[in-house]
Design a protein around this ligand. Sequence first.
Ligand code: NOJ
Ligand code: CA
Length: 691
Amino acid sequence: MKKIPLFLLTTAALIFAGCQAPVENPTVSSPSNVNSIEFFLDASGSPYYRVKHGETVAVDSSAMGFDFQGQPPLKSGLKILRATERPFDETWEMPWGEQRTVRNHYNELLVELEETEAPNRKWNIYFRAYDDGIAFRYEFPAREGVDTLIILDENTEFQLAGDHDCWWIPADYDSYEHLYNTTKFSEIDAIAAGARNSLGHTSIPQNAVHTPVTMKSGDGLYLSFHEAALTDYASMTLKVGEAPLLMASELVGSDRFGYKVKRALPFRTPWRTVQIADKATGLIASRLIVNLNEPNVLGDVDWVKPMKYVGIWWEMHLDRSKWDYASGKHGATTENAKRYIDFAAANNIGGLLVEGWNTGWEYWTDPVKREGVFDFVTPYPDYDLQEVVRYGKEKGVELIMHHETSASVETYDQQLDTAYALMESLGIHAVKTGYVGKIIPRGEYHHGQWMVNHYRRVLETAARHKVAVNAHEPIKPTGIRRTYPNAIAREGLRGQEFNAWSNDGGNPPEHLSIVAFTRMLAGPIDFTPGVFEISLRDKPNNQVNTTLAHQLALYVVVYSPIQMACDLPENYEGQPAFQFIRDVGVDWEQTLVLDGEVGDFVTIARQEKGTGNWFLGCITDEDRREATIDFSFLEAGKKYRAAIYRDGPNAHYRDNPLDIAIEEGEMDHNSSLSFTLAEGGGLVISLKRVE
Ligand code: NOJ
Ligand code: CA
């Protein structure tokens, strides 16, 4: 007899108990009946939901509830007052993005609940069924005599239907800069994974993962759990395994205040989301997260300009120069900035980031002295801010401002208005912010409610001054860019910089093949691709673990409206492959996710807005593989001039990363070609329409 594992029996028993005598089962299906959500109360009046994809259970019966300060928990003794369904279908335009128009098509179910006994609290849950996933959020209505709710715990469960393959990072309350782990759900060990990283500061209090966390079920269903519209609330991490195959929300709290969330009534929580797809590529194509956000509140944002940029940046990570003036190797000098501006102007690159331009860097990593020292308006003596801006404008290159806060957030808050007013007065329309270190005020975490509100305050202040924000050490993206389209990009992952200095061998070749199906589902990524001097001669113990063709492919595969050409100008000079970076677009009419498997490879084609040109990128992990590209996405009856950049015959990310073959040809929509990608390799093709 086949033995049934004990944990499966326990799950079955739990679910059976949960299913007893449901009062009513309002159900909502997605527009094409692909996904459905069923809501029910068990015999004790506890709420549950269950998600199906066709006949397959995507999320099994899962409970919902809250613990509060000064009030009984909300989790049982409920009755359904009303269940109302509402269809919705709109098409909206992205001011910049992966595609010009987005269809937001769903059916919504509003379930209004009330406690059957005193205090007879009311509680509403909105469910939305989309063809590419589902979402739900809670609403706490106004209540006589209660103005504020203090949430000690949100207990939203996600009961998995099997021991799925998972791609996850530990739920570090201060960082997303971890390498992805690939394990079965039952093997997730966030504490052990946290201990393996080379980060300066981490806070991983329990076995929980960050979102988006992506999974593949035994029967080949792809699921990604995340949240949308994270506003005035704490970030949701997912705690693993309090019962078999169970994940439950664990909000990032505040040690200062001892709670997770404090909100005035009435309010709605962020959406809890599950993207669902039959193929891995469907996850990347899904626009669920942005669709769940409110429309643009900023109106016309023609000052937000998608662009490529260079920076006085990589040279610091290579230790060639320094951020601080006292080092004697100060990188942000007027002269150096002009050198980069000349390079950008000559190479179709619209922006220049200058880090280390302002006073305060002497103390930025000092645990004590870093408070109150950064100044966001005063340049070091060898940097003439006005002159750099003027010179850039003359050459058609915009300055991107830099604000490293060293996580001294109150110091930054105090200067926000002045700092952004300075930018507006100089006609600077973009800033890169940074939050390295433990948050000051102490007791707050990067991903708690207080910081969520800080990041939003920065976006709002920036918008008032017509500035777009690229946040590093950010709060994770949850689609807020729809509402605030000045949220152009953010870091929120282990970026390229780790390849320059991490002591764990750098990002492995599979890194971006996982990121594309996890972090990238949340929103644009400032990964800073484009290292050409891959073996890093300045850093004998470090190397970038990709081929050159893979670096090029990242401009297409990793979505961001701002893309850095991160290497030093001298490393690009005379390099034929650099032509691809000159040519590649940054703003897209449409995006097609052609092929891919999580952690193995991914192929994406994007059509540039305005020109109709296509750019195709493909990356692989540490395995060599064949990629067959079918060009039927090209417009029928048109010819395209193709420039192909592929791994050379001897390319290998470790031993021979620079072996690249560049070919030209003509392509049309009947073309189909096979390519070999090297270990850690890639492929890019630019396709310009022949008029
Ligand atoms: C961390 C950021 O990710 C990096 O890009 C930046 O150079 C440093 N902080 C300094 O601000
Ligand atoms: Ca960082």
